[in-house]
Design a protein around this ligand. Structure first.
Ligand code: DGJ
Length: 734
């Protein structure tokens, strides 16, 4: 049983972790443990002397030994003497913002809870149990349900929270994080993923000082700048050893993650919806559901933690039937033509792609309205037949006739000022009543909080997809939200807008992906601006970054891999000099880097030399032969590109029999030592043969002494080494 309840101690166990809570003598739910499994009540670690200036609950009477400000709490609220970051802040009509939540009841439910209107993990195998602990305020009939999904084999605990207003009056939710995690020690560093457009999810590891370390987004999207996930790693934790905790939010809008080191050197980490300008009105009998957070713990380093997330996301979060399928190798015309194309040009790209073995042709931005550059026509999702020189249907048929699939780019949430849609519905745009909205890439944002807009978009895209036999959709989103005002909402509910926007996006994504189950959807937001667990629920893959430069991609893909599986990471070979950086890298290097993802091309293939075309053919053959391993195997980071002169990673099959190591050396320096990497995840007692020359190594040697990369690697040159486990008995014969 993964949930045990004894003497008001709640123990949630996974294969390698224990998560424990205890109701104390005052009915407060304490968080007593998250870490390696122990068989005992861990509440003894909460042993506090009297701490001055820590207020005491009224019920403790004359005792000054018990204070909420010191204790490890499961879901802390403000206003009743815990002075640290609160998880929940409400306001009731008398103006008071204090809440005093005490234990009320619990329930164990078979199966995994779901969250209405929000993406959440699931368990198709019905192995998961849900624990629901209900807390109630001591004065008001306000109930808080804490939900826990326990995924034993995956070492994952999911969390969500529902706030129920059973008072006779309206209350306001000002903050409701999805998870709060109190840890008794402070020797942690935080790993978070920051960046900017075309340089997303760069891993940064930083130590914690007293006070609060905070990341988040106020852009109405999870953002290029900060990804909604944090890792707390013990100071000595590395890829292969040490303790680490992950907290990943299943949400694509504004968020905040705060890590506070308190006066007693304890840690509180919270993650959830952005609370700035947030206020959700709850009428009597209404409830509010916070998005899900996915927690995972590893005692064996960051590599294991990442693989726990990868497996979990693949098996329990991405709901698309494509998740475990091989993906078609695609050619996208964006970097090949930008807006400058016609039907003939597209067909010539498709034909050359087909000849090389590419399976899916994707028509990107510019096929609709009068969109000849980025300043018009978003919202006018009518095919520009003049530009295509034929109806879209005919183009699709021609591509299908080549034996290829056809994919199309859309950007549902946006509208250009210069569009029929905007002229017809100026009130469908986010803007405050007396102010002109900010433009970004010349575009405005549709009011996705308005169900009429969502209905309209559903109908437009349903028709488009059905009439044209589309096989793949790229759903883009090319600006941050700046004007948080939805004309469809009353002045009083404007502070719900940011979340209602996301609910509208999820609703549309749900309707389209449910209706078109056989269509492969790829998410995109100016590259990876909304690459998060919320979007992955609907879209099995996501365009990782608009930066297609192989060198920079090493950093972007390295950071992305901490939480997100390779099968979700869109990666393409593009032209040189690279359009974003001007850098020249070999076709081989570009191929190797793109192979660490859902593989494709994004350049005018007809411009390649015959030799390069042969190389592309070979790349496709190689990728196809390793695709299953890439998409389903374990993934290990073998270097830290921020610290080393090499970016290296490996794929290891679940049975540890097949290994592929890929690497890029950043700078060739004269007389440098041959770079070498320490492999991970092998069977240390088995023998492995390097395919290229038959050299035999033990798993232990490869992991402890390492594997040399070829020494002739020049600047930004890549290599790939394949190894396979051999039957030890036959070692002599090998
Ligand atoms: C941003 C995307 O990331 C690109 O791949 C491309 O689709 C453009 N938008 C089109 O406008």
């Amino acid at each position: 049983m993964s949930i045990q309840v004894r003497d008001q101690v709640f123990s949630l166990t996974t294969n390698d972790s224990l998560y424990q809570m205890k109701v104390d003598q005052y009915g407060i739910l304490n968080h007593t443990w998250y870490g390696p499994k122990t068989e005992m009540d861990m509440s003894y670690i909460e042993d506090y002397p009297e701490i001055s200036f820590s207020a005491n609950l009224w019920d403790t009477e004359k005792s000054r030994m018990y204070s909420l400000n010191d204790r490890l709490l499961e879901y802390p609220c403000g206003g009743i003497s815990d002075f640290r970051e609160p998880a929940l802040l409400l306001r009731v009509p008398d103006g008071s913002s204090s809440l005093d939540l005490r234990y009320y009841s619990y329930e164990i439910l078979e199966g995994k809870y779901s969250i209405e209107k929000l993406p959440a993990s699931f368990d198709r195998d019905h192995k998961t149990q849900t624990l629901k602990i209900t807390l109630k305020d001591t004065v008001y009939d306000i109930f808080v349900d804490l939900l826990y999904g326990i995924f034993e084999e995956e070492n994952v605990i999911t969390r969500s929270v529902t706030i129920r207003n059973m008072t006779p009056f309206e209350i306001q939710v000002k903050k409701a994080v999805s998870a709060s995690l109190d840890l008794p020690e402070s020797d942690y560093e935080v790993i978070h993923f920051h960046g900017r457009h075309a340089m997303e999810r760069l891993a940064e590891r930083t130590s914690l000082s007293h006070g609060t370390f905070s990341i988040g987004s106020r852009r109405g999207q999870s953002s290029h700048q900060h990804n909604p996930g944090i890792i707390l790693a013990k100071n000595n934790t590395n890829e292969t050893s040490g303790e680490a905790y992950g907290m990943l939010l299943v949400y694509s809008g504004g968020f905040e993650a705060d890590i506070e080191k308190d006066q007693l050197d304890q840690i509180r980490a919270t993650i959830g919806l952005r609370s700035e300008n947030f206020r959700w009105q709850l009428k009597p009998c209404e409830h509010f559901c916070a998005p899900e957070a996915i927690l995972s713990y590893s005692e064996k380093g960051l590599g294991v933690l990442s693989n726990q997330y990868h497996d979990f996301i693949r098996s329990h979060l991405i709901r698309s039937s494509f998740v475990h399928q091989k993906r078609p190798i695609l050619i996208n015309n964006w970097e090949a033509t930008y807006f400058d194309f016609n039907g003939e040009k597209l067909l010539s790209i498709a034909k050359s792609a087909h000849e090389l073995g590419i399976e899916l042709f994707v028509l990107d931005d510019g096929w609709f309205g009068e969109r000849h550059n980025d300043d018009s026509s978003l919202g006018d999702w009518f095919v520009n037949e003049k530009k295509l020189q034929m109806p879209l249907r005919q183009l699709v048929e021609k591509i299908h006739a080549l034996g290829m699939q056809f994919g199309l780019w859309i950007e549902p949430e946006m509208v250009s000022e210069n569009s029929k849609l905007y002229r017809d519905h100026p009130n469908w745009v986010l803007r405050s009543p007396l102010r002109d909205p900010a433009r970004s890439r010349y575009q405005l944002v549709l009011d996705m909080a308005n169900p009429e807009v969502v209905d309209y978009l559903e109908q437009v895209f349903t028709k488009l997809i059905e009439e044209n036999e589309i096989d793949y959709i790229k759903w883009d989103m090319n600006r941050s939200i700046s004007d948080f005002y939805a004309p469809s909402l009353s002045p009083k509910t404007q502070s719900e807008m940011a979340h209602r926007y996301m609910l509208g996006v999820y609703d549309l994504a749900d309707r389209l992906t449910s209706r078109f189950e056989n269509i492969l959807f790829e998410g995109c937001a100016g590259g990876g601006g909304r690459f998060d667990a919320g979007m992955l629920y609907y879209f099995p893959q996501y365009w990782c970054s608009d930066d297609t430069d192989a060198h920079n991609r090493c950093f972007i893909q390295h950071g992305t891999s901490f939480f997100y599986p390779i099968s979700a990471t869109g990666s393409h070979v593009s032209a040189i000099p690279n359009h974003q950086t001007g850098r020249n890298t070999s076709l081989y290097t570009r191929g190797i880097v793109a192979m660490a993802g859902t593989f494709g091309y994004e350049l005018d293939l007809s411009e390649l030399s015959p030799k390069e075309k042969e190389e592309v053919k070979e790349q496709i053959k190689v990728y196809k032969s390793m695709q299953e391993l890439v998409l389903e195997g374990d993934y290990y980071r073998l270097s830290d590109p921020n610290q080393q002169n090499v970016s290296a990673w490996s794929f290891v099959s679940k049975d540890k029999k097949k290994i592929i190591v890929q690497a890029v050396v950043f700078e060739h320096k004269p007389n440098m030592k041959k770079p070498h990497v320490f492999l991970q995840g092998l069977d240390e007692n088995r023998w492995y043969r390097r395919k290229e020359d038959g050299h035999l190594f033990t798993g232990k040697a490869l992991m402890k002494a390492g594997l040399f990369l070829p020494d002739q690697l020049g600047t930004d040159e890549a290599c790939m080494i394949e190894l396979e486990q051999i039957d030890s008995k036959n070692r002599e014969a090998q």
